[in-house]
Design a protein around this ligand. Structure first.
Ligand SMILES: *[C@@H]1O[C@H](CO)[C@@H](O)[C@H](O)[C@H]1NC(C)=O
Ligand SMILES: *[C@@H]1O[C@H](CO)[C@@H](O)[C@H](O)[C@H]1NC(C)=O
Ligand SMILES: *[C@@H]1O[C@H](CO)[C@@H](O)[C@H](O)[C@H]1NC(C)=O
Ligand SMILES: *[C@@H]1O[C@H](CO)[C@@H](O)[C@H](O)[C@H]1NC(C)=O
Ligand SMILES: *[C@@H]1O[C@H](CO)[C@@H](O)[C@H](O)[C@H]1NC(C)=O
Ligand SMILES: *[C@@H]1O[C@H](CO)[C@@H](O)[C@H](O)[C@H]1NC(C)=O
Ligand SMILES: *[C@@H]1O[C@H](CO)[C@@H](O)[C@H](O)[C@H]1NC(C)=O
Ligand SMILES: *[C@@H]1O[C@H](CO)[C@@H](O)[C@H](O)[C@H]1NC(C)=O
Ligand SMILES: *[C@@H]1O[C@H](CO)[C@@H](O)[C@H](O)[C@H]1NC(C)=O
Ligand SMILES: *[C@@H]1O[C@H](CO)[C@@H](O)[C@H](O)[C@H]1NC(C)=O
Ligand SMILES: *[C@@H]1O[C@H](CO)[C@@H](O)[C@H](O)[C@H]1NC(C)=O
Ligand SMILES: *[C@@H]1O[C@H](CO)[C@@H](O)[C@H](O)[C@H]1NC(C)=O
Ligand SMILES: [Cu+2]
Length: 572
């Protein structure tokens, strides 16, 4: 009997099963294949039990571990109640937007009862990233870590840590998250704020009914640990610290940075940071803690603090009071910026950077909270209107056929290519006078970019309705943060302050309240790439757009063809 193609597949499947692990990870001869089930799972937190959507029953979900440059396959079988998609946050997916995930941008949802296999292509990323659902607010409970180790034969640009642990910061809502966002969109008002923050799924000792299950990290004395910290929180930036232990930040968004030793970090939703911690303090028990940084005036948030325990192994007296870290005040913008301003790319010989200096596409983009007019002032937002949000005064409307399919297949009427490269009106964006731009236009507008273009985008925060810090995230790329400042960007003076030597290379950047940020990247990844604020309520209100990078003129600079079975879009 000849050993045909099916035979090889069976053999691979058999070998794969031999290595089936707890987290649904199968090791085949050359590929890594994960089997995930999306399902409702009961969890008890804050004294009550509720059902949440999970991957394989976990909150947080399973960790993916790869080496730099590998490709993995994740078969997502949806046994939940509604359609969902999964996004691989910060993974560039060269030429492969088909597996990027944002709902109705690159795919329609995987309907309940069906499945879809993502091909996740890693390239230059090294450090920590994460995956999360990218449908409505499902990412609140559907998320997990991606650990990217150095490629075989290479090592960290510092001494290999003794051990590593992932630390995922997240939000817990007593209510159902889908109901919360749906009812907020229906009334036009603010969505409910979360009822707790969590560290690795646990609210910790400062919340009722939580202290028995507080997350505990046991450490050995005299070692260096690497904590891979992920901010999966829905709507708030976070301060994080460990009592009496400095943190040394060595990566941000899976790229190395010049080590920063600091008593605390500020991390926005969407960001990841690897920090080294040396266990050289008296052998005892300490708190790690995380709480919101919120610089919005009157922007509602939960001001509570989540804790976890950092405890030295072995016998030692348990302190009567566990030392608590000094976290900056919730509105301490100086503390937030003092940290953020220190971040610089490592930019070493082994980890070089390449900042575009020839800019051919320049975009100046205002970020604003807006109002949508309601008949009879019947809505729950300001002035009886509904809350909205925009980029360059365009509030993004999600289509019901995905933009990637429409672009690739030439389906008309799904999107327009007229996203503006400048705001429609210039005025004092950060001034006290409200302009007529309180009311945005609405539409599905994308920006086309030539393959190979050097792109520069200046994000301009505005004082319209509710100024605050906005963590802007771009899919398909990481970008260099070459400049930032307060007030309005000045095209004569601001560029003189740019750092083109060692700017951090990230996928998410906090645009300061009433300030600006300039980013640069080379448009070398053809595809349809979502760009949005990573505060979930802002994205729901329309603080989003799409960049379509056109094909280049070689086979390796063109979009790959779609996989055989993209989830179908339903009529609605
Ligand atoms: C659905 O899962 C099955 C295996 O359970 C797999 O053979 C099939 O390729 C998957 N379909 C898609 C579209 O990923
Ligand atoms: C939102 O909060 C209000 C007030 O606390 C509560 O009555 C309502 O049930 C919450 N909604 C959801 C969907 O949890
Ligand atoms: C934050 O959450 C805690 C615990 O769920 C709750 O007791 C408190 O009232 C909340 N605070 C705010 C300001 O929402
Ligand atoms: C948790 O808190 C309760 C009430 O404050 C206390 O009685 C109990 O001893 C605590 N349990 C632990 C494990 O700390
Ligand atoms: C948190 O908010 C509550 C309600 O607004 C307030 O009473 C309390 O003082 C605040 N706590 C902190 C630590 O800011
Ligand atoms: C921060 O909040 C405190 C009260 O909680 C207030 O006294 C202080 O002025 C605020 N600081 C800033 C910069 O808004
Ligand atoms: C911010 O940094 C400056 C200069 O290093 C320092 O003087 C100030 O105390 C810092 N403020 C905070 C809140 O960290
Ligand atoms: C995506 O499109 C489907 C129809 O294909 C629709 O049911 C769904 O509501 C859309 N999602 C969003 C977030 O608009
Ligand atoms: C814009 O408004 C701010 C706040 O009122 C003011 O400080 C600034 O000088 C104004 N800028 C210009 C260019 O008018
Ligand atoms: C808003 O900006 C436009 C265009 O610059 C200007 O004509 C208008 O007067 C401004 N409105 C206000 C209220 O400042
Ligand atoms: C192909 O594209 C590159 C830029 O990506 C350009 O430099 C080159 O001239 C193009 N070649 C042709 C034949 O169009
Ligand atoms: C930019 O700065 C220059 C030099 O300070 C100044 O002359 C010019 O008015 C500024 N432009 C704007 C739009 O504020
Ligand atoms: Cu925002």
């Amino acid at each position: 009997m000849g050993f045909n193609r099916m035979g090889w597949i069976f053999l691979a499947a058999f070998l794969g099963l031999m290595f089936l692990q707890e987290d649904g990870f199968l090791l085949c001869s050359a590929t890594r294949y994960y089997d995930w089930v999306l399902k409702e799972t009961k969890f008890t937190r804050l004294c009550s039990t509720k059902s949440i959507l999970t991957v394989n029953g976990g909150f947080p979900g399973p960790t993916i571990q790869v080496h730099k440059g590998e490709t993995i396959y994740v078969n997502v079988r949806n046994q939940g109640l509604y359609g969902v998609t999964i996004h691989w946050h910060g993974v560039k997916q060269p030429r492969n937007p088909w597996s990027d995930g944002p709902e109705n941008i690159t795919q329609c949802p995987i309907q309940a009862g069906s499945n879809f296999t993502y091909e996740v292509v890693f390239s230059s990323e090294e450090g920590t990233l994460w995956w999360h659902a990218h449908s409505d607010w499902t990412r609140a409970t559907v998320h997990g870590a991606i650990v990217i180790l150095p490629a075989a034969g290479t090592t960290y640009p510092f001494a290999t840590p003794y051990a590593q642990e992932t630390i995922i910061l997240a939000s817990w809502f007593k209510g159902d998250v889908m109901e919360i966002i749906n009812s907020a969109l229906a009334t036009g008002g603010e969505p409910n704020v979360s009822d707790a923050f969590t560290i690795n799924g646990q609210p910790g000792d400062s919340y009722s009914c939580s202290n028995a299950t507080t997350y505990r990290l046991l450490v050995d004395y005299g070692k260096t640990y690497m904590l891979r910290i992920i901010n999966a929180v829905m709507n708030e930036e976070q301060f994080f610290a460990i009592a009496k232990h400095d943190l040394t930040v060595v990566t941000q968004d899976a790229a190395y940075v010049k080590p920063i030793t600091t008593p605390y970090i500020m991390i926005t939703p969407g960001q990841t940071m690897d920090v080294l911690v040396t266990t050289n303090r008296p052998q005892s028990r300490y708190y790690m803690a995380s709480t919101a940084y919120n610089d919005g005036d009157g922007v509602a948030f939960n001001n509570s603090t989540t804790t976890a325990i950092f405890e030295y192994r072995g016998s030692h007296p348990i302190p009567s009071t566990t030392p608590f870290p000094n976290l900056p005040a919730h509105n301490d913008t100086t503390a937030a910026q003092n940290f953020t301003k220190r971040v610089r790319a490592l930019a070493s010989k082994a980890h070089p950077i390449s900042v575009p200096t020839k800019i051919t596409t320049r975009i100046y983009m205002t970020i604003a909270i807006n109002e949508r007019i309601c008949p009879n002032a019947s809505c729950a937002g300001p002035d009886g209107n509904a809350l909205a949000a925009s980029l360059n005064n365009v509030s993004f409307e999600t289509p019901s056929i995905d933009i990637l399919q429409a672009y690739y297949g030439g389906i008309n009427g799904v999107f327009k290519g007229n996203f503006p490269s400048n705001p429609p009106n210039f005025f004092n964006f950060t001034g006290t006078m409200a302009n007529n731009t309180i009311y945005p236009s609405f539409g599905t507008k994308v920006k086309f970019i030539k393959y190979g273009a050097g792109v520069e985008i200046t994000f301009q925060g505005t004082n319209i309705i509710a100024p605050e810090n906005h963590p802007m995230h771009l899919h398909g790329f990481s970008f260099y943060v070459v400049g930032t400042g307060s007030g309005n960007f000045n095209k004569t003076t601001s560029p003189k302050t740019y750092n083109l030597v060692d700017p951090p290379e990230v996928n998410t950047v906090g645009v300061p309240k009433n300030g600006w940020v300039t980013i640069r990247f080379l448009a070398d990844n053809p595809g349809v790439w979502f760009m949005h604020c990573h505060l979930e309520r802002h994205s729901s209100w329309g603080m989003d757009t799409v960049l379509i990078v056109r094909n280049g003129n070689t086979t390796t600079s063109r979009l790959r063809p779609p996989p055989a079975h993209m989830p179908p879009c339903s009529k609605s």
